[in-house]
Design a protein around this ligand. Sequence first.
Ligand SMILES: C[S@@+](CC[C@H](N)C(=O)[O-])C[C@H]1O[C@@H](n2cnc3c(N)ncnc32)[C@H](O)[C@@H]1O
Length: 399
Amino acid sequence: MAVQTNTRVLLNKVRGILQFIQKRHRVKTKWAATSPKLSATDLALQNHDVMYNMQLGELWPSVRVGLLTEQKYGALVNNFSCDDTVMYLQSLGCQDFIASSLHMEGSKAADSVIPPYSESLQFDQPIEGTYTDLTRASISPNVKCFVFPKGDISRFKPARPDSCGYLSYYLMDAASVLPVLALNVQKGQSVLDLCAAPGGKTLALLQTQAIRFLWANDWSGSRMSRLQRTLKSCLPSELCSEDNLCITSLDGRKWQEVGENGTFDKVLVDVPCTTDRHSLVEEDNNIFSRSRTKEKQSLPLCQTQLLLSALQAVRVGGEVMYSTCTLSQLQNQCVVEQAMSLAKEELGISAEVVDLQPFTALFQDTFYFAPDMNVGVMVLPHLTANFGPIYFCKLRRLS
Ligand SMILES: C[S@@+](CC[C@H](N)C(=O)[O-])C[C@H]1O[C@@H](n2cnc3c(N)ncnc32)[C@H](O)[C@@H]1O
């Protein structure tokens, strides 16, 4: 009996010691400490895979490959350069995608008879011809952007100063020129570029040589310095006088405090976004890094506030171009719809979405446009024409 009791006590002791040892050496799943840390670019890809698989369905795999492959650039010709830039770019085998789309005879673009209220009305043009003719006629002939042919992945050399000291071209995503073209700046108009830095679209706006007064603003002082350097390296100083150019570094969400409301003919609002291509390749300053989670989550609110400012800044009858470089519906269509409804409810400003189909029809040989977009248009990246993503939507202020 005593032996049995001793054995039981001993067994219990051994069990206790084993449990103690097991506890000490147990492998706990401590996610925060032991799971491999995902980089910001990994997190961006995870996000894109979940969100855009849902949003784009069977288009997503090819867009994904495009996004992960080197982007294609366009060379925006600087009209103020002394060199024959057009001849040089043509000698490389490039084509000005704007001129070639505008001169296209028997365009593939779907011509339709213009409805009673078209873009042409604001330019005092006679209501004749087709939507496509009028759209073509309203696009600035001064903006020239050269690209290598579809499927050709050659790259441009960085631009060098010409004999007058100006850069002969500026490299940018060729699709970024589209929102500027679609804004249709006409001779003598005043334009506000609310989020302007580092300045590619500002430069494209100035190449129209139609603007009477341009106000370029960006909240970031350092990025604004980059914009100023770009303008200085491309434009004659008389073009940058106080009479025709104003440069500020203000929070665009508080534009109404500036007191310039209802004054501009055109407003471009190229908002901060998740920069879907950049966030897949660049760790530095990546919006998907864990330290910027809150900022990322608040983007749609910031974008809505910026678009509301733009709608306040533009005159009745004037137009606002909202643009981003993300595929995200939450930052694109949802922001536009939300801003339009808030503008009406809170500010008494009504606006309509301008149909950009006749415009995009002109450029369908150069870019892949997303099908079935209800609000705005989107350039999708594709291996054979790896531009974008660029979303843009034009709003006309009605009251
Ligand atoms: C997509 S980038 C603009 C790119 C520019 N339009 C171009 O073509 O070079 C967005 C810009 O918005 C600016 N931004 C962010 N928040 C802003 C705010 N509250 N007001 C004004 N600008 C803001 C950022 O500094 C950034 O330069």
